[in-house]
Ligand binder design. Structure first.
Ligand SMILES: Cc1cc2nc3c(=O)[nH]c(=O)nc-3n(C[C@H](O)[C@H](O)[C@H](O)COP(=O)(O)O)c2cc1C
Length: 380
């Protein structure tokens, strides 16, 4: 074992010594395992049913109240937003998904091309693999090469943030894709279920606080489909985070993905449906984010323009979607993905018109009808 002093100022990324290379062969082997896991994840998300089994997002409980007097011309309706200082054509981002193995380069390039042509933000998947070896750096860079003008954000696990006190390492991962922001994912459930997982989450909040202080670009904190509770959101806001993505339950079950990876005799099936439904997470987070002036992203099971509109009416600023978009890309191709998203934008505009919402901020105050108990929120 050799110990290498890699002060950030002495290391230009990418180098094989990019991040904390304490033991080269160990990290290379780790990198290979991470690559193969990343490929498993995409294959399972595209080829298997890994949605929640009984739990739903909760968004289906709500209905936008029709406004027969919108006092608007349809032409005036504008679903564009500003996100991370850039103009985006609609309030939807492509959530963090992949990178770090061979085929991921094509996926990130094609997602990037679609996002660039539609003016939508996107995230790359966890860059942990790029901390371990340098083989697949292009798989991350491909997104930025394909999409020079949209907001793109990097990604790393909260556990890595706690484990690696070297801020320079995270900075270099951001530089790799000219990131507009950096997402930190909190995934204790996934790590708990993952065959090779490492559910060590001590020190994550302190690591996040350190990054808030020292990183030059904004940080987004997200779950991966089990949701952020109001209490967690409050602690993140207190730590200085100003972009929160609830990534709630009801869409892709990451517990389910890892249970499938364990094989047919897997115990712990009860965890398949663990998590806070997306609608509940938005409702918990919205007032806190509002008070803190933070941007709230709604994701987890966002499957169309109706989910986007309801999420925003519940208090989110924009929504995010992952697996449905990836499946469309890999099963049907880039044109199909572009057509799907163009259709979502058109239908979202239609819904905004019918709610009397000229801009997305108006939609955040739209009236909602709760189906089960027939309550109307915001009706005066
Ligand atoms: C194939 C795939 C890989 C993913 N990898 C990551 C990742 O590396 N980092 C991360 O923060 N989230 C990752 N996610 C989680 C998504 O960003 C999202 O939070 C989650 O899938 C819930 O959204 P959905 O229901 O729209 O799929 C991944 C999702 C998919 C489908």
């Amino acid at each position: 074992m050799i110990t290498v002093d890699i002060r950030p100022e002495n290391v230009s990324f990418p180098l094989h010594t990019g991040i904390m290379m304490i033991n080269d062969s160990h990290d290379e082997a780790e990198g290979r395992r991470t690559s193969s896991r990343k490929k498993d994840h995409v294959d399972l998300c595209v080829g298997s049913d890994v949605t929640f089994r009984t739990k739903r997002t909760g968004l289906e409980r709500f209905e936008l109240v029709h406004n027969a007097l919108p006092e608007l011309d349809f032409d005036e309706v504008d679903p564009s937003i500003q996100f991370l200082g850039k103009h985006c054509s609609m309030p939807l981002l492509v959530s963090s998904m992949t990178g770090g193995y061979e085929e991921a380069e094509r996926i990130n390039r094609e997602l990037g091309e679609v996002c660039e042509s539609l003016g939508m933000p996107m995230g790359v998947g966890s860059q942990r693999q790029a901390m371990e070896d340098t083989r697949y750096l292009e798989s991350f860079r491909a997104a930025r090469r394909a999409a020079p003008s949209i907001p793109i954000f990097g990604n790393i696990g909260g556990a890595e943030v706690a484990r690696h006190p070297d801020i320079g390492a995270i900075r270099r991962l951001g530089d790799m894709i000219e990131a507009d922001a950096f997402a930190i994912h909190l995934n204790p459930l996934q790590e708990l279920m993952q065959p090779e997982g490492n559910p060590s989450f001590r020190g994550v909040l302190a690591g996040i606080e350190r990054l808030v202080r020292e990183l030059e670009i904004p940080l987004i904190v997200k779950e991966v489909g089990a949701g952020l509770s109001a209490d967690v959101v409050r602690r993140l806001l207190d730590a200085g985070i100003r972009y929160i993505d609830v990534a709630g339950a009801g869409g892709t079950s990451w517990s389910g993905v890892e249970l499938l990876r364990r094989g047919p005799n897997a115990d712990d099936e009860m965890f398949w449906d663990w998590g806070i439904p997306t609608a509940d997470a938005i409702i918990g987070a919205a007032p806190l984010c509002g008070d803190a002036g933070a941007t709230l992203i709604a994701s987890g099971g966002i499957g169309g323009p109706r989910d986007i509109a309801i999420s925003i009416a519940l208090g989110a600023h924009l929504a995010g979607s992952a697996r449905i978009l990836l499946r469309t890309l890999l099963d049907e191709g880039q044109t199909a993905l572009s057509d799907l998203l163009t259709g979502w934008r058109r239908q979202l505009r239609g819904m905004m018109f019918l709610c009397g919402a000229r801009v997305v901020e108006d939609l955040r105050h739209a009236k909602l009808h709760l189906r089960e108990v027939h309550e109307t929120r915001g009706a005066e």
